[in-house]
Design a protein around this ligand. Structure first.
Ligand SMILES: [Zn+2]
Length: 369
């Protein structure tokens, strides 16, 4: 039987984010492997606390846990059934977020030296409005630094694989000991042993790789997506950096995006405005037919609900706003000219804007909802 996450951290179900964090900090300090060398029970408690915090600190996971208990995470990847789902690396990488640099005082924790991370790669992906509206999978070619085939690394002798060196300095307060990154291995704890001739001084080669990027619907120009571990690798027992994907939105021929809404300028003829008309609008995913009432005014905005861009958070979609523009003829034949000259003095042609256009709006809205 698995212990309750709230029980593990010694808090009540009503604890807020700050209390959860505080309780976790307390448990983590108490059971930290550096403080309890060789104590299996402490290590177990340390892992349990980390797992409890991982869930309770995330509002989505917490809500699931509150509703379904441990079952919520059984068989769902990441958390699996047991605490085996979290390894020490995960736990220590979590510390950076919670405790800032302060936790470094424990000498890097029980997991040995922190694994070095390769540098990030950056690319730009250009997307059409259609791709943004529907989400898209893009394949991009990146040049990644990877460890060459046949390269081997050995434990750094300067730091004995710890990645850090201790330095003792005499100060007015007495002897002070401080840790700093090993200058020989750069913190990875390993140095190059053997390398093939084509590799660089760190045993790396550059390779072309095609990376598939799933881009969710609703992304915005300038937004950055992260593809974990698809950046450059680093020497030794390290983890690759990330691939940072910057989104660039291509301008659409006639649709203008504004947040989740899309604007479309519709031009209709004077007779169409007078008599009413059916018009096909080129919306984001094909044609949409709209009906224009007779006597429609220039400047009217028709709202087609849900025909805009989906929200990036997955909650609904924006609207398509159709701006009605009445096209005034610039040249007329003699007969037409006479008609309008007569109309100048006709009461039907005298502007008389209605006070409230709302009823009209509601009608149009109802028509498309
Ligand atoms: Zn070293």
């Amino acid at each position: 039987m698995k212990k309750d996450f709230y029980e593990i951290l010694g808090i009540s179900k009503s604890a807020d984010a700050a209390e959860i964090k505080k309780a976790y900090r307390k448990s983590a300090l108490k059971y930290h492997p550096d403080k309890n060398p060789g104590d299996k029970e402490a290590e177990e408690n340390f892992k349990l606390a980390a797992e409890a915090y991982e869930v309770l600190s995330d509002p989505n996971k917490k809500a699931k846990y509150d509703q379904y208990g441990h079952q919520a995470f059984d068989g769902s990847g990441g958390f699996g059934g047991g605490h085996g789902g979290m390894n020490m690396d995960d736990i220590f990488s979590q510390f950076g977020d919670i405790f800032g640099g302060g936790f470094g005082g424990f000498g890097g924790g029980g997991g040995g030296p922190r694994r070095a991370k390769g540098s990030n790669l950056r690319i730009k992906v250009k997307l059409t409005l259609e791709e943004i509206a529907n989400g898209v999978e893009k394949k991009v070619k990146v040049k990644r630094k990877v460890q060459a085939k046949g390269v081997t690394y050995k434990t750094c002798t300067t730091c004995n694989g710890q990645g850090q060196v201790m330095r003792v300095t005499n100060t007015i307060l007495g002897r002070m000991q401080s840790a700093s990154t090993c200058p020989t291995c750069g913190g990875s704890g390993q140095i190059l042993d053997k390398k093939p001739s084509e590799a660089d001084a760190q045993g790396m080669v550059v390779e072309d790789e095609t990376v598939s990027i799933k881009i969710p619907a609703g992304v915005v120009d300038g937004m950055q997506l992260k593809v974990s571990n698809k950046g450059n690798d680093a020497p030794g027992n390290s983890i690759p950096g990330d691939l940072i994907v910057a989104i660039e939105e291509l301008e659409h021929e006639f649709l203008k995006r504004e947040g989740e809404n899309i604007h479309y300028d519709l031009y209709i003829s004077f007779p169409e405005a007078v008599l009413g008309a059916s018009k096909d609008i080129e919306a984001i995913n094909g044609k949409v037919r709209i009906k224009l009432e007779e006597g429609i005014q220039s400047g009217k905005i028709l709202r087609l609900k849900g025909k805009g861009i989906p929200s990036i958070n997955g909650y609904g979609s924006g609207d398509l706003l159709v701006h009605v523009n009445v096209w005034t003829p610039k040249t007329l034949n003699k007969e037409q000219k006479q008609f309008f000259e007569k109309a100048l003095n006709d009461e039907h042609f005298v502007p008389s804007p209605e006070k409230s256009e709302k009823s009209f709006f509601e009608k149009v809205k109802d028509m498309f909802s």
